[in-house]
Design a binder for this molecule. Sequence first.
Ligand SMILES: C[S@@+](CC[C@H](N)C(=O)[O-])C[C@H]1O[C@@H](n2cnc3c(N)ncnc32)[C@H](O)[C@@H]1O
Length: 447
Amino acid sequence: MSTSFAQTPAQSGYRRVATRKMLTRTGGASLEAWTGGRQPLSMSTNAGAEELPFQRWHRFKEAFSPELIEQAVRESPIPVRRLADPFGGSGTSALTCQFLGIQPVTIEVNPFLADLIAAKLAQYHVPELLTALTRVARKATASRSRGAALVRSLPATFVEPGVKDRWLFDMPVLIQIARLRQAIEEESNPQVVRLFRVLLGGLMVGFSNAVVSGKGRRYRTNWEERRVDPACVLPAFTDAVAAAIVEIGAYESRPVRSSQVLHGDSRKLLATVGQFDQLTCSPPYPNSFDYTDVYNLELWMLGYLTSSDENRDLRRATLSSHVQVSREFAAAPRCARLDRTMRELRRASDELWDSRIPAMVGAYFADLQGLMRICAQALPSKGQAWFVVGDSQYAGIHVQVARILADLAPSVGLKVERMTPFRSMRVSPQQSGRHMLSEDLVVFSRP
Ligand SMILES: C[S@@+](CC[C@H](N)C(=O)[O-])C[C@H]1O[C@@H](n2cnc3c(N)ncnc32)[C@H](O)[C@@H]1O
């Protein structure tokens, strides 16, 4: 998911090369220019979209492909002028809309990701960005800060001496990051501050002693021997910003430049955004994977989180797809398939690794049913909602997400147009590791 800056012969620079190649091949600001006219083998999440301009500012493996949004818009029986995505992630829906001439509205609960999306969608003055980059680099180089304020704001695990002889950032690296952060925050244009901050965020895992994969975060193998070179921090940042500025300039004439990015809990906010002609989304799957955890490095190092209370509140604001924080779970909605799944989960409670899993699964469907109900109110007649969802499994009990949502649709006034399997996902190694769980597209419409 990230580049590591542990000392190796090859340093960064890959970004610049990739950008130049992409621009000679494409140019212009159509969707095709952005995607390079690629033909993705699958429309599912995980289909390689993280290599595209803007999307490579921060690798987001779970992003779905822009081509899926293009297909949704093309197949809509009504014209799509405004499209909503209540689970913004890396901003695929919103950015694709800007290329397609559609007004996007996006909601994202994670403040770092909400800023990342807003930074991708915003308009900039390229010469101002270049001047600001020079100023920030000069100030960071001249700074004598020892990063004390940043160290004070972080959990003990973040910086040496760490906890039990492990820490995420070596002190010399942290000092370089603190100097950069301070220089960025001193910029007077908030759009520039946000852009530079999220671009620094895109490098954060690479500066740390950890790696992030689809399974979460872990320490790099031999991290104690292969230390991150603090001298890489500033050049990596200036490279990343320079590459992003090239992309911003190359695609600045896309047809729509306005956007609405709401930071917060879509279970509350979706009802406030008004009418939209289509909705596309990929909610977190009910597999106990908490995105807050995966983005902890960016959230704390960039100052989005400064206390454990804020961390807990953010986790509580996320969809009920994990049991990593104690909270009230909403009651499961009723339909035969979900009733059966809930019964089986409760019966297997001794085999579950957390006793709250049945309640979490029930609340997951309550949350999504609530969002589907809002869709039914906000969409015009024949308007569609495209949901990409994935199944889960606990103690051998299969949670058939797409089918349960399809069963719940009539209760909120939606019709199921189609259900298409996208790919099979591996279940956890504890449960055999075979490819068994399905990721599906479910298309709902308002009759
Ligand atoms: C699978 S990702 C979406 C990926 C997105 N489709 C893309 O292409 O980048 C799910 C996102 O939902 C966000 N999320 C979780 N709970 C949320 C909530 N209650 N409100 C808004 N966003 C939420 C997570 O932070 C995560 O970024």
